[in-house]
Design a protein around this ligand. Structure first.
Ligand code: F6P
Length: 363
């Protein structure tokens, strides 16, 4: 059978463990040797104890646990060729030339570069007597499949990333908790949620929690938005509401591209409406805790699909990302999705918000 390895990279997300479990078990079920690479790309570069053969029970009892049991890192060494050379050598020595990368767009870009460089890395290893000619021959191709693990749901090419649904649950729980105390004291809460440059979490949480106002990067408000916000909240209060919830995506910006800070919004409401207003920044609680049922199932489906994609890959097949399209898991070209994701970031930086939304929507 083939050998494959799985690693998690970049920021963690609930559901990564469920994906790991599915990959290990599907791989073993299909007769593969499955390795776990600890600490992301760093473990691949460092080798040794960071690369370990898994068995069926290595992934028992983890399906619902948040985080990733094999660790994750943002690795500097892998960004340089010498680091990638070491990683290639380690993989060859373990007999691995099939990889599943669970991470965000940065991690998947790294994986793609690694695949592109593979032949030249092996050539260099051969010339410097670090691998044998037989090894180069045997492992001449590297197959890569990506799974997108990120609470942000910011990746073009999949309707949902692994972790976004769990983070959304966490946010909703927090909003529900805040609402009760806000009601008692007739307060307004400005709640800041994660998502980097993507407003998915704030938007979906706003819909699910009946928030009064939402600010997301994709739809920067026009000048004078402060007046509109205050008017809206004032109307709410006049009609008998005892509280207000304003949800701000951490990446929210105005039309000039300047960040909209939660404290600024709080001060506006406090000073203009004389409403007792507080800021709650949810932070990393959004990325922790157990995975939702949806994420467990999504990650399990994607993990199983990733192994099939690897085993069906031919030397000249392009690396793919396993994605969700509607309710169907499918494959999309890895680089195309990464490029699209980067194009969204560029459109946002260029303040072409319409284009950013179109690009996101077309995937
Ligand atoms: O990408 C996931 C994410 O949690 C973002 O929502 C957030 O901006 C960022 O990572 C935080 O990064 P770190 O965990 O390194 O502080």
């Amino acid at each position: 059978g083939s050998s494959l390895a799985v690693f998690t990279s970049g920021g963690d997300a609930q559901g990564m463990n469920a994906a790991l479990r599915a990959i290990v078990r599907m791989g073993i079920y299909l007769g593969c040797k499955v390795y776990l690479i600890y600490e992301g790309y760093q473990g691949m570069v460092d080798g040794g104890k960071n690369i370990q053969l898994a068995n069926w029970y290595s992934v028992s009892g983890i399906i619902g646990a948040g985080g990733t049991i094999i660790g994750s890192a943002r690795c500097m060494d892998f960004k340089e060729r010498p680091g990638r050379l070491k990683a290639a050598k380690n993989l060859v020595k373990f007999g691995i030339n099939n990889l599943v990368c669970i991470g965000g767009d940065g991690s998947l870009t790294g994986a793609n570069l690694f695949k592109e460089e593979w032949s030249s890395l092996l050539q260099e290893l051969l010339e410097t007597d670090q691998i044998t000619a037989e090894e180069r021959e045997k492992y001449s191709f590297l197959n890569i499949v990506g799974l997108v693990g990120s609470i942000d749901n910011d990746f073009c090419g999949t309707d949902m990333t692994i972790g976004a649904d769990s983070a959304l649950h966490r946010i909703i729980e927090a909003v529900d908790a805040i609402v009760t105390t806000a009601f008692s004291h007739q307060r307004c809460f400005v709640m800041e949620v994660m998502g980097r440059h993507c407003g998915y979490l704030a938007l979906a949480a706003g819909l699910a929690s009946d928030a009064d106002w939402i600010m997301i990067p994709e739809n920067p408000p026009e000048k004078g938005w402060e007046d509109k916000l205050c008017k809206r909240l004032a109307v709410q209060r006049e009609s008998g509401h005892r509280l207000n919830i304003v949800l701000i995506a951490e990446g929210a910006i105005d039309r000039d591209g300047n960040p909209i800070k939660s404290d600024y919004v709080k001060d506006i409401i406090k000073n203009r409406l004389k409403i007792d207003t507080r800021v709650t920044v949810l932070g990393h609680v959004q990325r922790g805790g157990s995975a939702s049922a949806f994420d467990r199932v999504l990650a399990t489906r994607m993990g199983a699909e990733a192994v099939l994609a690897l085993l069906n890959a031919t030397p000249d097949s392009e690396p793919v990302v396993v994605s969700l399209n509607g309710n169907v898991t499918c494959h999309v070209p890895l680089m195309e999705s990464v490029e699209k994701t980067k194009a969204v970031a560029k459109a946002m930086a260029d303040k072409d918000f319409q284009r950013a939304v179109e690009l996101r929507g077309s995937s």
